[in-house]
Design a protein around this ligand. Sequence first.
Ligand SMILES: Cc1cc2nc3c(=O)[nH]c(=O)nc-3n(C[C@H](O)[C@H](O)[C@H](O)COP(=O)(O)O)c2cc1C
Length: 328
Amino acid sequence: MIKINSLEIRKAILLAPMEDVTDISFRLVCRELGADIVYTEFVNSEGLVRANEKTHKKLKIIEEERPVGIQIYGANIDSMVGAGKIAEAENPDLIDINAGCWVKNVVGCGAGSALLKDPPYMQQLVKAVVDSTSLPITVKTRLGWDEKSIQILEVAKRMEDAGAVALTVHCRTRKAGHKGEADWSWITQIKEVVNIPVILNGNVLTAQDVKNAFDETGADGIMIARGAIGNPWIFKEAKELLSVGKITTVVDEELRIKTCLRHLYLAIEVKGEKRAVLEHRKFYTGYLKSLYNASKVRSELMMYVEYAPVEELLLNYLSELKNHTLTV
Ligand SMILES: Cc1cc2nc3c(=O)[nH]c(=O)nc-3n(C[C@H](O)[C@H](O)[C@H](O)COP(=O)(O)O)c2cc1C
């Protein structure tokens, strides 16, 4: 059970923070399709305290997507405290601290999973943010820096002591990046040493994976990242599987194409037509996955910078697909 202030969710399924993916439009799509909590992409604390406009824009949230968390990252305690206060002013439901990012330019500054190299400092940093804001603070981390230095049980206790109200664990080390199997078995062990909710993340790619992850580990929540890209109905499917034992949603060409267009439509409302259409290109592979003749349609979609021709092409394609299904 996830219990964060008035938020109480049994078997919560969460959308993970993802840079350049979890903007308002994608968060809304996932909420509409059953995600219980959604997160912004990570936001650089240094950019926030230096009043960088582009960084500040990443904090924007809207009422319809609640409950939503803003994720911040950084290595410097003063900057993280400052960033926490700036994020609090946007009134999210919670603030998440990134202690799991593996990319070089983040760990090179001592942020993200580099915090795992010094658990007492990580505790100090999280406590400072907890003490300086009135919002619930959660932490997202990894098992450890590498296989030889897995300290997640100690880290989990330290996060609880620092005042974090929930802990998400990407069940890989920093060294593993996104490769190899995630080792979910740690979740059961972590739950034995802390009382705060523990959220499992890593390699949850299907609704069945969500069910398996709950069944095998007793996790309080499951967080999905890559498994939701071009596949946001995973939340709905997982809920069906958990509640009635089978998936009743039919992911056909109509659902794929209409969700793709809804996502784009929402993105245009938030960031304007040209930028939204250009940035939407990265989602076509996922949305059109395994559809007849999809690669030709994808190439054509790459030519457009306006919504109207994208919509026309996709709706015509949908009619073609329906006729094709009828004739085969
Ligand atoms: C494109 C992309 C962007 C990501 N950005 C973030 C981020 O901003 N903050 C974060 O904590 N993790 C980020 N991650 C990591 C994911 O949240 C997640 O921990 C990781 O992908 C493992 O989960 P999965 O196996 O469900 O993909 C990102 C992952 C991807 C694929």
